[in-house]
Design a protein around this ligand. Structure first.
Ligand SMILES: [Zn+2]
Length: 614
């Protein structure tokens, strides 16, 4: 009794506290966006806030953007910042740090105005010009600290005679007016204003109704190119929905692909809750199939990342880098699936699919990076590699493997292991992860994924062993054995060929300078050569062109030892150089290798690589 009573008292206190916080945290926030100087990539933004609590109001530009893990200083492109009160009286602004504008002396209403310069269309930044306004929200909009729960209204004012329409996951309240329920949703809602081509179609949703898929393409091609592209997307979307049984429950029943395929856009893809940004300087005419890979990838994120969400990314922090040890799953498994869906949709061939897998396997199996970090630790490197920029060199060719690539071959390992050892599939495991974490939107940890694998296989020791070896550890399985079940052959790319290392060489009139780093274990590395060293001769032969480089390798067998002469930091040096076997691998079909494909292999391929739409 006493315990219950004290619990009741505690509850009342909590309710009171929540009520107070709620009233102070629901300011009225409205943005007006105009484009008086679009030709010079400027937009003018007015942010009106009322019902502010007394004291200093803190206005900030974000330092990070949902789905991007490196810091990007969006404040650098903001200027002409002014603040006035409800009566138009100028308010004092101070700068506590590079990202923040503190406004004091207000009486509850503040209007901040600023100019934003924006000229990069992609998943992280914004671009304003005569053709469009491509707005990534954290790159564009200042926000008020502590007002995360307030509803946000936005009014876009397109240039006169622009024919601009709006594509966004923001909630429409008019042609150019939108709302977001809170700051997290607003920041997650990139918006494209342009004269784009639009296609939309319905798919059955999980609740017996329908969901709408929209494709807004801002491009320079023809309408029939958009029709063909939309048809390919429809087929890929169908395969992805078949895996989970239904589309993810979009917040307003609609999912929007927002594409900018323009010579002045930058290559990127960025997932959001009910939309994605797809951007490229390429066109549908010359690279529709290449662009489709990003479509397939980002759409899978509407389940895996947007709703099956790592705990480390919840909630997303706009003030600092967000680190996650789960990107081998969030990005890696998504990368395993994105070409698989295109194969299952019948758009790519088995040879293409094998070639792509072979490239990834070669990278992971041969990379020295596995000696430095596990897939979990590699994921934590994202803030330094995910579109991060720096001026100093790094040693990533030795220490890093992309969590996309590594994670994708872990997905392959798990899929083939489940199929050969348990008569289960990775599709089934993904459905269980969806049920356990996606449907209830309960963020997961690496431990949760391991427990789900134990539940799925009913084999706790298998799950522990798999995670110890391949997720927390850096082992690679016997991929050749696993792939043989499908009649796929993992073999040397250049059998019997000799090898010195994969380097980028710049030739001049009497030598070749190494532009890249050299790789641990490669003959050049072992001989003591590194970035910026200039090779004069190998085995007495000068190195003046790529033809020389190829001829030197062709004239020597693995195991041959010769002298290499080079310049290093201004000193002339000589060392012994030992040719080794070319370690590079490729994956081909048994058909291509002239080997027999059994009925069992054909069945294995069928259930793994063919359409899953019933
Ligand atoms: Zn991704």
């Amino acid at each position: 009794m006493i315990v219950r009573k004290s619990k009741l008292v505690a509850c009342a206190a909590v309710i009171l506290l929540v009520a107070i916080t709620a009233t102070t945290a629901t300011a009225q926030i409205t943005y007006h966006v105009t484009f008086p100087n679009a030709v010079h990539h400027e937009t003018e933004i007015i942010l009106m806030v009322s019902d502010l609590p007394p004291g200093i109001a803190e206005f900030r530009m974000s330092r990070s953007s949902p789905g991007r893990y490196a810091i990007h200083e969006f404040a650098k492109n903001v200027y002409n910042v002014r603040a006035v009160d409800g009566g138009g009286r100028e308010l004092r602004i101070t700068r506590p740090d590079p990202y923040q504008w503190n406004v004091s002396g207000h009486s509850g209403t503040v209007q901040v105005s600023y100019t934003l310069f924006a000229d990069r269309a992609g998943g992280t930044y914004s671009q304003v010009d005569v053709s469009h306004a491509h707005l990534n929200i954290p790159a564009t909009f200042m926000w008020v600290r502590g007002m995360d729960q307030s509803e946000i209204s936005v009014m876009f004012h397109p240039p006169m005679n622009s024919n601009w329409k709006v594509a966004t996951q923001l909630v429409p309240t008019g042609e150019f007016t939108f709302t977001a329920p809170d700051l997290q949703y607003f920041m997650d809602s990139p918006t494209e204003l342009s004269d784009f081509s639009l296609r939309e179609w319905d798919v059955p949703s999980g609740d017996g109704g329908t969901s709408t898929i929209r494709l807004a393409v801002h491009h320079r091609g023809t309408e029939s190119e958009v029709d063909e592209y939309a048809d390919m997307i429809r087929r890929v979307v169908e395969q992805e929905i078949a895996l989970f049984g239904a589309p993810a429950p979009y917040d307003h029943g609609t999912y929007t692909f927002i594409a900018d395929y323009l010579p002045w856009a930058s290559g990127d893809g960025m997932e959001h809750r009910n939309s994605t940004i797809l951007s490229s300087s390429g066109s549908l005419a010359n690279n529709a199939l290449g662009l489709l890979g990003t479509v397939s990838h980002e759409f899978f994120h509407s389940w895996n990342v947007e709703r099956i969400r790592p705990r480390s990314l919840e909630p997303f922090d706009f003030e600092r880098a967000n680190m996650s040890g789960e990107l081998w799953f969030a990005e890696g498994f998504t990368s395993y699936y994105h070409p698989l869906f295109i194969k299952r949709a019948g758009i790519s061939s088995l040879d293409d699919y094998a070639r792509q897998l072979g490239g990834r396997l070669n990278t992971v199996i041969n990379s020295p990076g596995r000696a430095f970090f596990s897939p979990v630790e590699m994921s934590m490197q994202a803030p330094f590699v995910d579109a991060a920029t720096a001026v100093d060199p790094h040693n990533r060719s030795n220490t890093f493997i992309s969590y996309y690539t590594w994670g994708s071959v872990i997905g392959l390992n798990l899929d083939l292991t489940l199929r050969t050892r348990f008569d289960l599939t990775l599709d089934g495991y993904m459905r269980l992860v969806w049920e356990n974490f996606g449907v209830p939107e309960t963020p997961y940890t690496v431990g949760d994924l391991e427990r789900a694998l134990a539940e799925f296989t009913d084999d706790e020791s298998f799950a522990r062993d798999f995670f110890d070896r391949y997720i927390r550890g850096s082992e690679v399985p016997d991929y050749a054995e696993l792939l043989a079940h499908a009649g796929l052959l993992l073999r040397p790319f250049n059998p019997g060929g000799s090898f010195l290392g994969i380097v980028n060489l710049r030739y001049d009139e009497d030598g070749a300078t190494i532009n890249s780093g050299t790789r641990i274990g490669s003959p050049l590395y072992e001989a003591g050569l590194d970035r910026r060293d200039r090779i004069i001769s190998i085995g007495g032969r000068s190195l003046l062109s790529d033809d020389d480089w190829q001829a030197i390798k062709a004239d020597h067998d693995p195991g041959d030892m010769v002298e290499i002469e080079f310049e290093q930091r201004g000193q002339r040096e000589a060392a012994s150089l030992i040719f080794v076997d070319d370690p590079r691998l490729e994956l081909v079909t048994y058909e291509a290798a002239g080997m027999e494909v059994t009925g069992e292999m054909r069945e294995f391929r069928e259930s793994w690589l063919e359409s899953q739409v019933r």
